[in-house]
Design a protein around this ligand. Structure first.
Ligand code: DAS
Length: 341
């Protein structure tokens, strides 16, 4: 479906996946809203805008974002790469906000940086007062169409702000200002039809997952006061292909679980990140058992500035891309380095 096309226009391909933005009250017999609207309805809700932007819509999925899988994201990455091959200037992904920060980072890794991919959605559905869908989509289209002297890669455009996929976090259960970047702040904003960048991020190292590869399950475990090792000890036998541990502070775990983590790392890669939600893991400050120096000396991998969700996305993708563990972990290290640069 093509919404607008004028000579010399910039093509922006818009993929719709469902979410609150696409949700409407279901039948009289059921209660609550469910994803129902396709891309045509979402684009039809926009006011007339820049004639220089030609928008092409694709119905990709129609589901709550919690039902998306890594297989969906690999397919979406392939579809986005194909759209850029066909000459798209930029792309927009519209989906539910619940897993949007994970989708955005996965696409940042999976889509070759030839144009901006702007991911957006809404916190209020079209039957609610203050529906934020149309303004978010319009801003996302403008960000995707914007001329830049650098490659922003995948960004999240929400509530007028632009966030880097590597830093963005859904920080509120219901607020339209839910997306924040606690470590770095937004990259800029979109207002009055203008896109303003106030900072940049370095290009990410990309990953290509072969169509024949099915991403395996990676566990995400959070350390909590008084934890013992009983969960850690079960993870390999449960079939997980990798584990991400959200550790205390700058990358610390209770001394009593260190041996179990080291043993688990002999079975599958174990990545340590911080549960704090901002900042990065340390490398050479704390010397007690279970702190970063101890854990690194036992072979565990540190995620730097990637939070638990982002580290899990990166680990899932590299393990799907490279059957050889050493090669996969080299790729993981390269991603961490490119994010932390
Ligand atoms: N929480 C909803 C949303 O914000 C549902 C979802 O993520 O699909 O879109």
């Amino acid at each position: 479906m093509i919404v607008e096309a004028v000579a010399d226009s910039k093509k922006v391909v818009v993929f719709a996946l469902g979410g609150t933005i696409a949700s409407t009250p279901s039948s009289a017999s059921a209660s609550g809203i469910t994803p129902a609207l396709g891309v045509s309805a979402l684009l039809a809700s926009l006011p007339p805008f820049d004639a220089s932007i030609a928008v092409e819509g694709v119905d990709f999925r129609k589901m709550p974002s919690g039902d998306l899988t890594f297989d969906d994201l690999v397919s979406l990455g392939d579809a986005l790469n194909a759209a850029f091959d066909r000459g798209a200037h930029g792309a927009v992904v519209i989906q539910g906000t619940d897993t949007l920060e994970e989708t955005a980072f996965a696409l940042d890794l999976l889509v070759a940086h030839r144009g901006t991919v702007a991911v957006t959605g809404a916190m209020r559905s079209s039957n609610e007062a203050g529906h934020d869908g149309p303004s978010n989509v319009l801003s996302a289209v403008r960000v995707a169409a914007a001329e830049t002297s650098w490659q922003p890669g995948t960004v999240v455009v929400f509530n007028d702000e632009i966030h880097a996929a590597r830093y963005v976090h859904k920080g509120h259960a219901t607020s339209p200002a839910t997306f924040v970047s606690p470590s770095a702040g937004p990259l800029g904003w979109a207002i009055e039809g203008r896109v303003r960048w106030t900072s940049r991020v370095s290009p990410l190292v990309g990953v290509r997952v072969p169509a024949t590869s099915r991403p395996g399950p990676v566990a995400l475990v959070r350390c909590a006061l008084g934890d013992d090792a009983r969960l850690i000890e079960q993870l390999a036998s449960l079939g997980y292909v990798g584990v991400v541990v959200e550790a205390f502070g700058a990358g610390h775990v209770p001394a009593r679980i260190v041996d179990a983590l080291e043993a688990l790392n002999h079975e599958v890669p174990v990545v340590i990140t911080t549960r704090t939600g901002a900042g990065e893991t340390l490398r050479h400050t704390y010397g007690f058992p279970g702190a970063e120096i101890d854990l690194q000396s036992r072979g565990l991998t540190f995620a730097g500035v990637l939070d638990g969700l982002k580290a899990r996305v990166a680990l899932t993708v590299v393990l799907a891309a490279y059957p050889d563990r050493a090669r996969a972990m080299d790729a993981f290290g390269a991603i961490v380095a490119s994010v932390t640069e």
